[in-house]
Design a protein. Structure first.
Length: 217
């Protein structure tokens, strides 16, 4: 008997190996806007937030009128590289196919915008695996539980029957706030030690390790 009915995945750093591109775009924003370069740890900490919240967190002392410019700078930087494909982590298509065959309902909860996620779903061919998704421009930013609460409502799955898979402490915190179990992946934004501080059910080192873990009683 399955312990969960709904498995919700973060996108960047969990399904797609995009952390490097995100970090590069954030560094370009600071350089183009003449701002102090935040340390890498600070950049990694905002991955998964909405773009608005990320800029407020990274550059908290800027004039209010500057934040739309910071957000647009990031979008422009990301879009300039849109022609360069970002790979999925090894094993992701196989993982999603196996879960779908086992009748898990699959969803996405991401800090990406809706246009950004739709573009990534189309480019990777993963769209058919997911019944629902929620993005940062459709809900409160992580770690607020709104994304997960919306997904639970639209799928009709109770919180104890859902599982969140993510690479950041924000994902773990969002899951706990929604009453949803969480599994961390150690190959994305945050280290195993950082994820462990949020007390997930498990931490996996590669995507396909999720399958044997789910089969445990």
């Amino acid at each position: 008997m399955k312990n969960y009915d709904l498995i919700i995945f973060d996108w960047d750093g969990t399904l797609m190996d995009s952390i490097g591109r995100i970090l590069g775009c954030l560094r370009n924003v600071a350089r183009e806007m003449g701002l102090h370069q935040p340390p890498e740890s600070a950049l990694r900490d905002i991955i998964g937030m909405s773009l608005e919240q990320a800029m407020l967190t990274l550059f908290p002392d800027r004039p209010e009128t500057e934040y739309p410019l910071l957000q647009q700078s990031y979008r422009d930087n990301y879009q300039r590289q849109a022609h360069i494909a970002i790979p999925l982590y090894q094993g992701i298509p196989e993982l999603l196919s196996s879960l779908q065959q086992q009748d898990y309902q699959l969803a996405v909860a991401t800090g990406k915008s809706r246009p950004g996620l739709d573009r990534s779903l189309a480019q990777t061919g993963l769209l058919p695996f997911f019944s629902h998704s929620r993005c940062a421009d459709e809900a409160h930013s992580k770690p607020h539980p709104d994304m997960l609460q919306q997904l639970l409502a639209v799928t009709g799955v109770a919180a104890p029957r859902a599982l969140m898979i993510g690479d950041s402490m924000l994902d773990m915190q969002m899951a706990h706030a929604a009453g949803v179990a969480a599994v961390g992946v150690s190959y994305g934004a945050h280290s195993r030690e950082q994820l462990q501080s949020q007390h997930p059910k498990q931490i996996i080192n590669e995507p396909l390790a999720l399958l044997p873990w789910l089969q445990q009683p």
